[in-house]
Design a binder for this molecule. Structure first.
Ligand SMILES: CC(C)(COP(=O)(O)OP(=O)(O)OC[C@H]1O[C@@H](n2cnc3c(N)ncnc32)[C@H](O)[C@@H]1OP(=O)(O)O)[C@@H](O)C(=O)NCCC(=O)NCCS
Length: 185
């Protein structure tokens, strides 16, 4: 593994870059305060922009570690940070990691997360050296599953009774994986 930390990645519509304290306004307004956006996400919604600000400060602090991969998704056309994409779990021994992502509702349906996910997978495989990338989604969150499929990930298994949704119901999650091409089993 060649841990290089969160460096900027530019795609056609996006700049994936480190969070900055001044992103609190965009983050709070675009996704962190919106319960519908966060329906299938384990945290939030934030009731106060100061919660968002403190969250960002902790990410900024975490960038000192070379094995932290946590990008803000900046949409060039709107000059705003509209979401995040990150490595949530890293397992160096298996050379595998799990990715999570989220963008504000206003920006759904434009394949923005797909564009970000493709770029991040390329970075994690070819710059960092992971050999397996995992993502999982609540089975009701079909749009997230579609993003994984369109990014070339393949269904691996379903995890039953994985946790509780915010409304108290229990959810199952589908796990998708992508292997570095040359080691695909
Ligand atoms: C889920 C999410 C990442 C999707 O991102 P996006 O940029 O809107 O994705 P896309 O533009 O590629 O569109 C999603 C796909 O799902 C499909 N889709 C949307 N809602 C759907 C539904 N209810 N059932 C089935 N398919 C659905 C769309 O038709 C599209 O597929 P297509 O291109 O084959 O037509 C985004 O909605 C999001 O950030 N949600 C909030 C956070 C979240 O849930 N994160 C994932 C946690 S695992």
């Amino acid at each position: 593994m060649n841990h290089i930390g969160t460096n900027s990645i530019e795609t056609i519509r996006l700049i994936l870059r480190r969070f900055r304290p001044e992103d609190a306004y965009d983050m709070y307004n675009n996704w962190a305060s919106d319960k519908d956006t966060l329906k299938f996400v384990s945290w939030g919604p934030h009731t106060d922009i100061n919660v968002t600000y403190r969250r960002i400060l902790s990410w900024v602090e975490s960038y000192k570690q070379p094995n932290i991969y946590y990008w803000a998704i900046y949409l060039k056309s709107d000059k705003q940070v509209i979401g995040s994409i990150s490595v949530e779990i890293s397992n160096d021994r298996d050379e595998s990691c799990e990715i999570g992502y989220c963008i504000g509702r206003k920006y759904w349906g434009r394949e923005i997360v797909l564009e970000a996910l493709r770029a991040v997978m390329h970075y994690l495989f070819y710059e960092v050296g992971y050999r397996k990338i995992i993502a999982k989604y609540d089975v009701l969150n079909k749009a997230s599953g579609r993003v994984m499929q369109k990014a070339g990930m393949e269904y691996e298994r379903t995890l039953y009774n994985l946790g509780h949704r915010r409304d108290g119901s229990i959810y199952d999650a589908d796990v998708y994986v992508k292997y570095l091409d040359e080691i695909k089993p």
